[in-house]
Design a protein around this ligand. Structure first.
Ligand code: FE2
Ligand code: FE2
Length: 314
């Protein structure tokens, strides 16, 4: 097996394998669009959760970091939260709440990034043309460059604790990779004529988050361990799905294994810095049992991280 060395620690970490019944459902051609759409959602949620961790634990008084995250996520938020309603009106309402005449430099920068993303994701060609002609044609010549903000944030963060520095470093890379994966899923969706739309969430993430303790640093330790399980499960599922799906998707899923395996290690290493080894082992096992139960239990909705399918999908 080509990825054996990468996958064997993941198989040891997870308490169960993905059930054959879930794989049988996932390879049905009629479920391909749902699989891809929910995969895109999973990539987005991975980036959004990492952003929340960064902001809550290392960025509360760091306005530049808050700005950096806002600039990274805002274009994707438009596509996700306005899915099915993408139009010139929703674009203007989302980015220019007070109208074009009063638009700030930051609003122009965010709108520009969202326009570029809409183009990269090959969404709504008519909308792309409208934004270009009816909005961006009126943009002031100099809009704020985001890269300079990012450099300042990085300099400023060098003053934090070792843990905070590592949290920022690892999460910053993870967010960028997950957003890139999100775009790659959109490219695959375009090839298979799948249109992104909103789907309700399954039980998996909610079930895991319900395990988070309500005091610190235990809450943070739990969130990091949960992050590791989600990444490990994604990796395990990509590897199992790859041979079952059309060749382009199969190659794409194989290409994701390395980064998802690194994300799982990154989360675990961060948690280990906050928690002595014996307690860490206990907590990893406790959360692992819950994760395995969510994967092994029957679940009516078919989703990327759902349990054993028990009803017709929707
Ligand atoms: Fe990813
Ligand atoms: Fe990941």
């Amino acid at each position: 097996m080509p990825y054996q060395s990468l996958l064997s620690p993941i198989h040891q970490f997870l308490h169960c394998e993905t059930p054959a019944a879930w794989l049988a459902e996932a390879q049905k051609p009629e479920n391909l669009s749902l699989l891809l759409i929910d995969h895109a959602n999973a990539e987005w949620k991975a980036a959004a959760s990492a952003s929340k961790l960064m902001l809550k634990y290392a960025g509360q008084d760091n306005r530049l970091l808050q700005q950096e995250i806002k600039h990274l996520l805002a274009p994707y938020e438009f596509i996700i939260f306005r899915a099915g309603k993408l139009s010139l009106e929703t674009f203007c309402a989302w980015f220019f709440a007070d109208g074009l005449a009063k638009a700030t430099t930051e609003q122009w920068a965010l709108a520009n990034s969202a326009f570029a993303l809409t183009k990269r994701c090959k969404l709504e060609p008519k909308l792309i043309e409208q934004i270009e002609c009816e909005v961006l044609a009126y943009a002031p010549s100099a809009t704020q460059s985001h890269s300079s903000t990012s450099a300042i944030v990085q300099q400023k963060n060098q003053q934090g604790s070792v843990f905070n520095q590592q949290l920022l470093e690892k999460m910053r890379l993870l967010i960028k990779e997950e957003l890139h994966h999100f775009e790659q899923v959109f490219a695959i969706m375009a090839k298979f004529s799948v249109t992104y739309h909103n789907v309700t969430a399954g039980n998996y993430a909610k079930g895991l988050i319900s395990q988070v303790r309500h005091f610190e640093p235990e809450a943070l330790i739990d969130k990091l361990i949960i992050g590791a399980y989600i990444e490990a499960r994604s990796c395990e599922r990509f590897a199992k799905l790859a041979p079952l799906l059309p060749v382009e998707i199969s190659q794409f899923y194989s290409s994701l294994l390395r980064s998802e395996a690194r994300h799982y290690q990154d989360y675990l290493q961060l948690a280990a810095q906050l928690c002595p080894a014996p307690q860490m082992d206990v907590r990893v096992k406790e959360i692992g049992k819950v994760e395995a139960k969510l994967i092994s239990n029957e679940e009516p909705l078919f989703r990327f991280h759902s349990g054993v399918p028990c009803l017709a999908t929707n």
